[in-house]
Design a protein around this ligand. Structure first.
Ligand code: SAH
Length: 215
């Protein structure tokens, strides 16, 4: 089945953005992106009826498209500005990348699972979304394109990968779910100087694990 975008989908997305506003997301740029990006086109067609529910859904390879609230919340914490260079680790469906691109960022994204990388790349090109995608291990970051204004990790890590710290600009920030005392917590690191990062903790969150290597 070929899916397309319709006024009905647009209405559902606007409603989703309103729900997220009611749940505490206030950044207009982020809410506009949620109201604009056709999430149903980032999911299997059988899940189309659920695409504008605030839930995570399977995308194959034991992975999920993140819950819209999580996407909106992480994007709000990242606060991407027009023209900023953003690195995302964990392309998955490509939905989060598309939201970042819709906020005006110049997006580079890395995925470790070949099939997901291939389908996301195809999707970006079909939907004419300007996101640059790489098949690789996000623990390495993407050195050739560094440094980045902002870095976002959409899988839960045990600690902040060293390469991501190195590839972040001074004054830039990294939003990443980190395991601490057996709890995944949403952390934002802001690079204050060459060797100094300021850490903020935004509470518990749920993500699939960030795994080493490619497959
Ligand atoms: N941002 C995605 C979320 C997908 S779930 C979306 O909007 O759909 C997290 C993704 O991170 C999965 O696709 C998983 O394969 C990927 N991932 C996990 N560890 C990774 C790593 N080391 N490098 C790159 N991607 C990784």
């Amino acid at each position: 089945m070929i899916m397309n975008d319709t006024p009905r989908h647009a209405t559902l997305r606007r409603r989703l953005a309103e729900q997220l506003y009611a749940k505490g997301i206030k950044n207009t740029r982020v809410l506009n992106a949620i109201a604009s990006v056709p999430r149903h086109l980032f999911m299997n067609s059988t899940l189309e009826p659920f695409a504008y529910n605030d839930n995570a859904y399977p995308i194959g390879a034991d992975q999920t498209i993140s819950q819209p609230w999580t996407v909106a919340y992480q994007t709000e914490l990242l606060n991407p500005q027009e023209g900023e260079k953003v690195l995302e680790i964990g392309t998955g469906s490509g939905y989060q990348s598309a939201v970042l691109a819709c906020c005006g960022a110049s997006v580079y994204t890395v995925e470790r699972i070949k099939n997901l990388y291939v389908s996301a790349t195809k999707r970006f090109s079909e939907l004419n979304i300007k996101v640059t995608c790489k098949y690789g291990d996000g623990y390495e970051g993407w050195a050739e394109m560094a440094p980045y204004d902002k870095i976002i990790v959409t899988a839960g890590a045990d600690s902040v990968p060293h390469n991501l710290l190195v590839q972040c600009k001074i004054g830039g920030s990294i939003v990443i779910p980190i395991m601490e005392n057996n709890e995944l917590r949403m952390i934002r690191l802001t690079r204050m100087s060459e060797n100094n990062f300021n850490k903020e903790d935004f509470g518990t969150c749920a993500f699939v694990p960030m795994l080493k290597g490619i497959m």
